[in-house]
Design a protein around this ligand. Structure first.
Ligand code: SF4
Ligand code: SF4
Length: 478
């Protein structure tokens, strides 16, 4: 048990039928009888904790402010799923940018693989919103209400019901605020502010429903599920075994130095010769401070989020007993086994190489992107008709998208092959800034132009800015 858990839990475990009892602890968050093991980690104030605290404050500021930041009138980051529009660092991507989005997604995953191979789970311990908000917002609030402010651990006595209710009331307010911040990334701050101040939930039931749902999800996560998100639910955590190699940075216990562990003994005249003992005095401080409830001395574990609390805890103990700090420290599996550390190894070379290729292709595609897009959509109904003069006619809709921040006029300058003629209600279309427009278009082709009932065609478009684009389609005939 991490802290002074109620003894009844242990009794319940003892009383469990033999068949139901696990041989040992299955998960750090479960008792042997399968019930939840509530973890109330102690605070280990040290240099790493202080740095993480400042970094968390900075990140909370960034997470909050980011949706408000605009570049050239556009949000820096927007994932507008409803309108199928994504803005990443000012770059606007539409559903037609499938290749760009695929490149970006694969590059993101490769970037994560590369970063993890080098620095291990630094993201989990230092920058993941789950850790940042759990360890530096929700747990401090809990400690405030449970009377363990600044030290952590289990409360000394029973916590009054009103304090628990007050704690959850504060949790609710923060979760509600976080839900709005979260939603701002998906709808944009302008729309969100309009929804908040100028409408009722009934006018925007979906948005209101999403906010309510996200608030409840946050409350559940930070109030109940907690470290289990990292241990059970997070896919990044589950993939660690394949993302790390023996040279990757990890938080590790220096077993050669620490073992055999044992309680600190004083030399005395009666006991002048002591059995050899490692530096670990088995005080358990590294265990009681761990937010995922594990013992780092058991070796590398999936549950370790590299939060460095055990480093601070152990360094404080070492300082107290006059031993060098670093019994628990940033290390690697290879270093722990006495091997030399190598920066260059296959995955650290291959990942950046592929990443460079992908990002170069991405950059070229973005740089050569046209200011507008067009696509031919076949009208439902009869695929073709034959006119009295023998021409075959197909009906389409020409869907145009203007990517620029200014309205644009787009016109058809030709059709290939030239034997095809087109019929349109207007010669040119004005497409609004960052908007779409769809127009009906009929294509006429001579009967003898078809091979196997098909005739590939290209519509040549030109914008008022001078950008040109060819849109392909297939005309079908007899
Ligand atoms: S805090 Fe250090 S000395 Fe104490 S049990 Fe952990 S490793 Fe051993
Ligand atoms: S073992 Fe240490 S670094 Fe890993 S989660 Fe626990 S306290 Fe954090």
């Amino acid at each position: 048990m991490t802290t002074s858990e109620p003894e009844s839990r242990t009794e319940a475990t003892e009383a469990a039928p033999e068949l139901l009892k696990a041989k040992g602890r299955v998960l750090s968050t479960l008792e042997n009888d399968g019930s939840r093991r509530w973890i109330k980690p102690r605070v280990s104030s040290g240099s790493l904790h202080t740095r993480r605290m400042w970094f968390a404050a900075f990140l909370i500021f960034v997470f909050t402010v980011l949706p408000f930041v605009k570049v050239g009138g556009r949000p820096l980051l927007l994932i507008d799923i409803l309108n199928r529009e994504f803005i990443i660092f000012g770059l606007r991507l539409l559903p037609t940018d499938t290749l760009l989005m695929a490149l970006l997604m694969v590059s993101t995953f490769l970037g994560i693989f590369f970063f993890t191979a080098l620095f291990g789970r630094v993201w989990c311990g230092w920058a993941c919103p789950q850790t940042v908000y759990m360890e530096f917002v929700f747990r401090p609030i809990e400690r405030l209400f449970e009377g363990t402010w600044g030290r952590g651990g289990a409360p000394r006595g029973k916590v009054a019901g009103w304090k628990t209710a007050a704690k959850f009331a504060v949790y609710f307010v923060i979760s509600f605020y976080l839900a709005h911040t979260f939603l701002a990334y998906f709808v944009g701050v302008d729309k969100l502010i309009t929804w908040i101040w100028r409408s009722t939930p009934l006018e925007h039931p979906i948005a209101f429903g999403i906010i309510a749902l996200v608030t409840v999800a946050m409350l559940f996560d930070f109030g109940y599920f907690r470290e289990q998100t990292c241990i059970i639910a997070c896919p990044y955590g589950r993939f660690q075994s394949v993302l790390l190699d023996r040279q990757s940075s990890i938080v590790a216990y220096h077993a050669q130095r620490g073992e055999p562990r044992g309680k600190l003994k004083k030399k005395s005249a009666e006991l002048p010769i002591l059995a050899p003992q490692g530096d670990c005095i088995d005080c358990g401080n590294c265990v009681t401070t761990c937010p995922t409830g594990i013992d780092i001395r058991d070796g590398l574990q999936l549950e370790c989020i590299n939060c460095t609390q055990c480093i601070d805890a152990c360094d404080a103990v070492m300082t107290k007993i006059g031993k060098p700090i670093g019994l628990i420290r940033y290390s690697s599996q290879a270093r722990d086994e006495g091997e030399r550390w190598h920066l260059l190894r296959p995955r650290v070379i291959v990942y950046p190489l592929i990443l460079t290729v992908l990002l170069s292709v991405f950059g070229i595609l973005v740089a050569t992107r046209k200011s507008f897009e067009g696509v031919m959509l076949r009208n439902p109904g009869l695929p073709f008709q034959v006119e009295a003069n023998g021409e075959v006619v197909n009906s389409f809709r020409l869907a145009l998208t203007n990517r620029s921040d200014e309205a644009d006029t787009i016109r058809i300058v030709g059709v290939e092959p030239s034997t095809i003629r087109f019929e349109l209600t207007t010669d040119s279309f004005e497409v609004p800034a960052n908007g779409d427009r769809t127009e009906g278009i009929r294509l006429f082709a001579p009967k003898n132009a078809f091979v196997g009932g098909r005739l590939p065609a290209r519509i040549l478009l030109e914008s008022s800015r001078g950008d040109e684009r060819a849109v392909s389609c297939t005309i079908v005939g007899p």
